[in-house]
Design a protein around this ligand. Structure first.
Ligand code: ATP
Ligand code: MG
Ligand code: ZN
Length: 697
């Protein structure tokens, strides 16, 4: 684990899974996207004698993994249609000579007669069936060829098999076991929580500008993925973002293979690119430093949403999953389902799945609790890391208004659209149909004057997306569903989510706050990484992940021995890259002052103070309150790194006076600040006092 992969700790149940395989037993592994499934078969494949054969559905995915493994000094190869006959022979020869640890194959090639014959001639360490949900008709990526994989058990009964997937569904799980004959496999189910992802979902109000605000505020330089429903929208969003100065590339089924491959390749190889894609993009892509996934259209269900958002933050660093949905998306998705040629009972399932997603969007409680509950997992406490936890939205009891809105529909015989209905509620009779149909005599006419037009629109939208109201796809008229009755009768309440209020308090980016000097080193390390990657024609992250670089910045290891402790540094990478990275760290030293034992955040504050010389400016730049800045600086004063006079701006007399008072109130013994503060009649605030008294500690 450490020697080859450079990691110190197993994640989830990796260790038990590895043990199971090494012992020669079968395993079924359910772990979330980016959870670390690959190691579960890679380590046993290296540890067991022979070649580990990995079944993988996509060519790009095989290449990715083989690249990364070669970087670690692991002998891995793939056989697929991109290789020439000669290259295939070479790989086979390596396997025969026992010079391979891992061999990646597509399912159709693996079950082919030729390959089966070949595998009988070599020693197979294990079979790993990645993305195993492809075997299931209920999975979202059904692949017929996967169903032939049951033959592995028949042909190689003594070789251990491991099936891996990120799809949790009970039904899919059962089908994997059945189809792959994994009845004796040990089953490992990990938590599906991805704690480093911050979830946020908002209603679409200002279209692309809203998307831009999210990206620009939170991720001005980061790589990310934007998902849209249609090709047209993909194109226009990619163009829009490019116009804003970001490198944004489209990816959808309407583009030629060549362009798609090129765009994906660039996304992997270069830093800070945004891919704008339909859902077809991303399966199995292990780009660990995708910092955000934005849904600019509503996905079709929670499974897809979770899989797509799961592509953010595979390296474990803080990342954002953001969605801006639109009630038209819901109407459109419903339409897709209605028009599809699925059986009625299957349509019902699809509608229900969409409902669950809409519930999630309209949810006023913790998003993560809702998501995990959907995957049958209980999170006891609200997570503290989703929009609803960070800025709880206003809930307004709008039961009475919901009744008004829906009785307007009922009274007008479900024949009118939103705008007309709102006019009635507001008592507008501009539309000539109002008097002609005597709608101005209805009791709903003019009863909604307490709210403005946009408020009513929002209410209708939420009633629609939560399924109380349907929209007639042809005429746009609103229809009441069965769900509407209990609210009309007053048996159920309806709460409106007040998005406007919630959004005004929008959340600050969780970015890495590096001091000035750390930023210099960070950029130098990234440059070295890019140069090395370009030379070798591999993506930068296979050299080292962002997480590893960040740890180098924080710990600044300047000897091989210490460098070895950085997560992601194994023996091979130490030998290959240790010297050059250490050199860059040496070339960008910290000024003497900052090379100390204080906490990182204190040093960041100190660094900024040395630059700006003003507590107020530091507070503003770092978005900290004054008290915190004083607190940090008092620690630096205590160890003599900065002068208390510079920090507090006080004269010697003031300082002496404060110290005198402190002595009189017994501060030296009990370290209580309040008596000092009171004795000075509140003339100096606590922050200032803390700094003046810091050296007395
Ligand atoms: N124990 C660990 N410590 C640190 N990083 C790890 C650990 N295990 C795996 N990783 C890293 O986590 C990332 C995701 O791993 P991996 O590609 O195996 O995910 P996965 O479970 O196969 O996801 P997907 O379902 O999307 O294919 C990789 O960059 C991998 O190197
Ligand atoms: Mg994987
Ligand atoms: Zn939460």
């Amino acid at each position: 684990m450490k020697d080859v992969f450079g990691y110190d700790q197993y994640r989830h149940q990796q260790e038990q899974i590895v043990d199971t395989l090494v012992k020669g037993q079968d395993a079924l592994v359910l772990m979330p996207t980016g959870g670390g499934k690959s190691l579960c078969y890679q380590i046993p494949a290296i540890a067991r004698p022979g070649v580990g054969v990995v079944v993988s559905p996509l060519i790009a995915l095989m290449q990715d993994q083989v690249n990364a493994l070669n970087q670690l000094g692991v002998k891995a190869a793939y056989i697929n249609s991109t290789l020439s006959a000669r290259e295939i022979e070479q790989v086979k020869q390596q396997a025969l000579d026992d010079e391979l640890d891992l061999l990646y194959l597509s399912p159709e090639r693996l079950v082919g007669e030729e390959m089966q014959g070949f595998l009988q001639r070599i020693k197979v360490a294990l079979f790993a069936i990645d993305e195993a949900h492809c075997v299931s008709q209920w999975g979202h990526d059904f692949r017929k060829e996967y169903q032939n994989l049951s033959m592995l058990h028949e042909q190689f009964p003594e070789v251990p098999r491991i099936a891996l997937t990120a799809t949790a569904d009970q039904r899919v799980r059962k089908e994997i076991v059945k189809q792959l004959q994994l009845d004796d496999a040990e089953i490992f189910i990990s938590s599906f929580d991805r704690p480093n992802i911050t979830y946020a979902i908002e209603e679409q109000e200002s279209g692309k500008q809203q998307l831009w605000r999210f990206i620009n505020d939170n991720h001005p330089n980061d790589a990310g993925i934007v998902y849209c429903l249609s090709r047209r929208k993909v194109e226009s969003v990619a163009e829009f973002l490019s116009g804003k100065g970001r490198k944004a590339l489209p990816y959808h089924a309407g583009l030629s293979n060549k362009i798609r491959e090129r765009n994906q390749h660039q996304f992997l190889m270069e830093d800070g690119i945004i891919i704008v894609a339909t859902i077809a993009f991303g399966m199995g892509i292990d780009k660990p430093d995708v910092r955000f996934v934005a849904h600019f259209s509503m996905p079709k269900n929670i499974e897809s949403y979770y899989q797509e958002t799961g592509r953010a933050g595979r390296d474990g660093q803080p990342s954002n999953a953001w969605m801006a949905y639109n009630y038209q998306d819901v109407v459109m998705q419903r339409q897709f389902i209605r028009d599809s040629d699925a059986a009625d009972e299957h349509k019902e399932v699809l509608h229900n799945k969409l409902d669950s997603l809409v519930d999630l969007c309209e949810q006023l409680e913790c998003r993560r609790q809702t998501l995990l509950r959907y995957f049958d997992e209980v999170l006891e406490e609200p997570c503290g890391n989703c929009d609803n936890c960070l800025n709880p939205p206003e809930k307004i009891d709008a039961s009475k208004e919901a009744q008004m809105a829906m009785s307007a529909i009922y009274r007008t015989e479900q024949k009118f659209g939103i705008m007309y209905l709102i006019d009635l509620l507001l008592g507008n009779d501009n539309d000539e149909r109002v008097s002609k149909l005597k709608h101005d005599q209805l009791n709903v006419f003019g009863i909604g004057k307490d709210h403005v037009k946009t408020w009513w629109r929002r209410l209708y939208r939420q009633l629609i997306s939560q399924g109380y109201i349907d929209v007639d796809p042809e005429h746009g008229s609103l229809l009441l569903t069965d769900k509407a009755k209990p609210i009309l009768k007053g048996d159920e309440s309806f709460y409106l989510r007040d998005v406007v209020k919630a959004k005004n308090k929008s959340k600050k980016a969780e970015e890495i706050d590096l001091g000035r000097h750390d930023t210099v080193l960070w950029n130098a390390l990234k440059k070295l990484r890019t140069d090395l990657a370009t030379d070798q024609g591999v993506p930068p992250y296979v050299i080292f992940s962002d997480a590893s670089l960040l740890e180098m910045v924080r710990k600044r290891p300047v000897e091989g021995e210490k460098f070895m402790y950085i997560s992601g540094v194994g023996e091979y990478k130490l030998a290959k890259y240790g010297d050059v990275f250490i050199q860059v760290i040496k070339d960008n030293p910290l000024p003497k002052k900052l090379d100390n034992r204080l906490e990182d955040e204190v040093n960041v504050t100190l660094d900024h103070f040395l630059e700006h010389k003003s507590v107020e400016t530091v507070a503003e730049v770092l978005d900290l309150n004054l008290n915190t800045v004083y607190m940090h600086l008092s620690k630096a004063i205590a160890v003599g790194l900065v002068d208390k006079k510079d920090v507090t701006g006080l004269q010697d007399e003031d300082i002496d006076y404060i110290i005198q008072m402190a002595e009189m109130t017994g501060y030296l013994e009990d370290k209580k600040m309040k008596p000092v503060f009171d004795a000075l009649d509140g003339m100096y605030d606590y922050g200032t006092l803390r700094c003046v008294l810091a050296e007395l500690e």
